[in-house]
Structures are given as C-alpha cells and as structure tokens.
Design a binder for this molecule. Structure first.
Ligand code: CMC
Length: 429
C-alpha cells in the first residue's frame, strides 16, 4: 500500500490522515487516529463507506458488475473450473497445479465423514426444525468433536480446521435434510466429486441404487462456485468479527451461518421462490411491483437489489444460464415459476423505480428456481448457500488471523440515550 495524506478540517483544525491505494478500487482514508487527533468518531451505520479490513481475496466492482477471486473473473472460474479448484484458489491465493489439485481433492474427500456421535446430536432436534437451525447448531458443535484443530495460533491446526469445514459442510447439510424428511442418513462416497457426493447424500435411499445425473452435478458445482465468496458481506464480516476475539474457527463459521440466514442476505433465495409462488401468474406481477414501490408497504421484490452491485450481478447471469440447462435436462418446458421470473425481470428492468435505484436481479433470483427443479425444498436453499460460502468464510478468517496488524473488532457508537441520572428505588418510579 502506498501512503499519501488526506486533510480534513474539523472546526478550525486541519487533520492529516494517511490514504492507501488498493490494487484496484477506491482509495481509502485511514481514520484510525481520528479519535486521538480530534476526539471524534466517524459515523457510518451499515458500513456504507467503511472498509473494515485489508484483503487480497475477492474484488467486486458493483457499478461494472465485476467479481474477481484472487484476480480471476467469476465467469471464467464457473465456466472452466470446478468448485474445489475455486476453494483452493480462495484458500491458497493461486490456482492449483494438477498435482496440487489432486492432493487437495483427495484431502477434502478424506475429511467428509463426521464423528458418528454427531448423528445422536441431530436426533435431539425436532423433526420439523428448519434445516438452517439444525446446521447452525451442528456447525457450532464441531468444536466439541474436533479439539485437535481449535488452536488458532497453530498454522497446521488452522489448515486442518479449514479442510474439515469445507469437507464436512455438505455432509452436515445433507444430514439436516435427511433428518427433516425422516430418511436415514447417507454416508459420503469417496469416489464421487464434491457436488455429486452432495446430491447423493441428499437424494439416495438405502433401498435402491442412486445414479448421479452429471448435468445436475455440474449445475450444482457451478452454484457452489457462484456462492463461494463475496468479500466483506454481512456473514463474512460476522465471521471476521467473531474470529477477531480469538474464538475457534468452528464457532466463527457457526456465527457466519446464523448471519447468512436473514432474508436480506442468504435467506433471500428461499423467500424469493416463495414470492414467485405467491405471485403465481404473470398477470399478477403489476400488483406486486406496485407493492414493492409503496413506501408504506414493507414488501420488497426479493432477488432484486444489492448493496454493492448497482448493475447486473455477474453471478445472476451465469445462474440464469445454469437454470435453463437444468430445466432442459429435466424436461421442464413450461415452468410457471420461470414464466413469472422472466416477466418480473423484464418489467422491473424497464420500470423507472428500479432503473433509478439501480435495482437489478441478484444471484438469488434464479438459484431458487434451479434448486427447486433439482428437487431441493425451499428450506434447503440457504443451507446450500452456507455450504458453498464456508470456503469464503474460512479463507477470510485465515487471512485475518494471519494479518500481523489484526486487532479485536470493536466499533464505536453515537450515543443518544439518557445522560447520567440517579437510581430511583422501585417505590419511587
Ligand atoms: N424491492 C423494492 N425496493 C427496493 C429493493 C427491492 N428488492 N431493494 C432496494 N429497494 C429500494 C429501497 O426501498 C430504497 O428506496 P428509496 O431510496 O426510495 O428509499 C432504495 O432501493 C435503496 O435501498 P436500500 O435498502 O438503501 O439498499 P441496501 O443497499 O441497504 O439494501 C438489499 C440492499 C439487498 C438488502 C436490498 O436491495 C433488498 O432488501 N433486496 C431484497 C433482498 C435480496 O434479494 N437479498 C439478496 C442479496 S444477494 C445475496 C447475498 O449476497 O446475500
């Protein structure tokens, strides 16, 4: 980073603050010493103008619709590579050689089983629990089973925990699904690739052979790639904040899963599909568009808008293509949901309200239709997102732990509550 100064005037005092250029993207002003120099904090709820860390992993240009992992465009990774290659890239910073890739795939595959006692743990949940509730609990519980990889100061243990999390998340997710529908757990199978193995763990039953459809496996692998990382979003920032306290990686990733669950973040894919079902037919779209524009109505068009993208989400374009491939493979020609989605997209892209606010379809808009066609219930959508995002969370967590300037995350506040007052005994209030 190259240092230069920004001068800001506070009252009649000029304060020099260092500025740093990234390799691409906006320059930042380092306000770390602002409090010491002026006695003031900055105020930025929602972090609209605040960079919370330095990172070398993912870059997004929201105006241009660009998403790069370690410099590589998401379109190229999704087109030419597989999910584990993207995982390697996010974790290690470079694409693997043939030998490195084979070794990485082997190591991830050999960590997919979970401790048998965890099956008992699942049985403590109600059958009708939302699978995300089960996944939050089970990921947090990993630290109770894998004590030998919770020392965050040991680089070897950090890497073992990272591998375990990437490898075990699909198993944990599939078990949450199987438990929910009352079917026996299906163990991972080591001769299958990551996505095919996940499909099998979700959809195979012991009484018959399960043959993985390669088109669906490839589509799921692509969905995993598209969700692998997205720089400092809410769940990743949660993981970093939890990790900054020195908490173990399993606990930090559980915090990330919890943050992802919200409808403004990873929960949007589930709610988006429910919205498309509620709309039902294209003729009902104008009513929902009107509701989305009405400031007195909390309804929002799910799957539209993004904090960073003020252009087409590049992931949405790939997702749209993948969606069509899956529907064609499954022979679904006239999916009413797809009709509603296409018409909604068309209308929204031509509507002044959406144009003015730069509200474009995001990745969740098409992922729900695709996952539903594959046979996943809506409650599993965010679980799949969590499984895919685990590598991003863990890569960002590792980067933070390995940063020599790392500090505990501790934001300040603008206090607008009561000033100091005396305690009144209960009878005098
Ligand atoms: N439908 C209708 N109006 C919207 C929408 C929407 N989906 N999104 C934003 N707006 C309006 C909003 O009312 C505001 O209007 P005005 O300026 O008149 O008050 C303006 O656009 C700016 O919105 P904002 O809430 O200030 O924007 P934000 O950056 O804080 O919110 C968002 C981003 C993703 C939370 C929001 O766009 C949203 O709620 N979208 C629907 C949920 C969704 O699809 N989320 C998935 C995001 S992609 C997956 C992921 O990365 O997690």
């Amino acid at each position: 980073m190259s240092a230069k100064n920004a001068t800001i005037t506070v009252g009649n005092k000029n304060v020099d603050l260092p500025m740093y250029d990234g390799t691409v993207g906006p320059t930042v002003i380092d306000i770390g010493k602002l409090l010491a120099q002026t006695g003031m904090f900055t105020f930025d709820p929602g972090f609209l103008s605040t960079a919370s860390c330095e990172s070398k992993i993912t870059y997004i240009d929201g105006d241009e619709g660009i998403l790069l992992h370690r410099g590589y465009p998401i379109e190229q990774l999704a087109e030419h590579g597989d999910y584990l290659e993207t995982c390697y890239l996010l974790l290690y910073g470079e694409l693997p050689t043939k030998t490195q890739k084979a070794d990485f795939d082997y190591r991830i595959t050999r960590h997919t089983m979970i401790h048998e006692q965890m099956a008992q743990f699942y049985r403590g949940f109600r059958r009708d629990a939302h699978p995300m509730a089960v996944v939050v609990g089970c990921v947090g519980a990993l630290s109770a089973f894998y004590h030998d990889s919770t020392d965050i100061n040991d680089p070897h243990q950090r890497m073992v925990a990272s591998m375990r999390l990437i490898a075990k998340m699909p198993t944990i997710a599939a078990m949450a699904y199987k438990y929910n529908i009352g079917q026996p757990f299906v163990y991972p199978k080591n001769d299958l690739d990551y996505a095919a193995n996940f499909l099998r763990m979700c959809f195979a039953v012991p009484c018959e052979e399960y043959k993985v459809n390669p088109v669906l496996a490839r589509a799921l692998d692509r969905i995993f790639i598209l969700h692998a990382d997205h720089e400092q979003n809410a769940s990743t920032s949660t993981v970093r904040l939890a990790g900054s306290t020195g908490a173990n990686p399993f606990a930090c990733i559980a915090a990330g899963v919890a943050a992802l669950w919200g409808p403004a973040h990873g929960g949007a894919n589930e709610i988006c599909l429910r919205m498309l079902m509620e709309i039902g037919t294209p003729d009902r779209i104008p009513h929902f568009i009107a509701r989305a524009k009405d400031k007195n109505d909390p309804f929002r068009l799910m799957g539209f808008g993004h904090r960073v993208y003020k252009n087409f989400d590049p992931r949405a374009k790939i997702m749209q293509k993948t969606c069509h491939e899956v529907l064609a493979e499954l022979g679904i020609k006239d999916d009413p949901l797809l009709d509603v989605a296409m018409e909604l997209e068309r209308i929204a892209l031509h509507d002044e309200y959406f144009i003015e606010r730069k509200l474009y379809p995001n990745v969740d808009f098409y992922s729900g239709i695709t996952l539903k066609a594959m046979g996943f219930p809506t409650t599993m959508f965010t679980v799949l997102f969590a499984a895919a995002r685990t590598v991003g969370w863990i890569a960002q967590w590792k980067e933070m732990i390995e940063d020599p300037n790392q500090k505990i995350g501790r934001p300040r506040q603008l206090y607008t509550g009561q000033t100091s007052r005396d305690y009144a005994p209960i009878g005098k209030r």
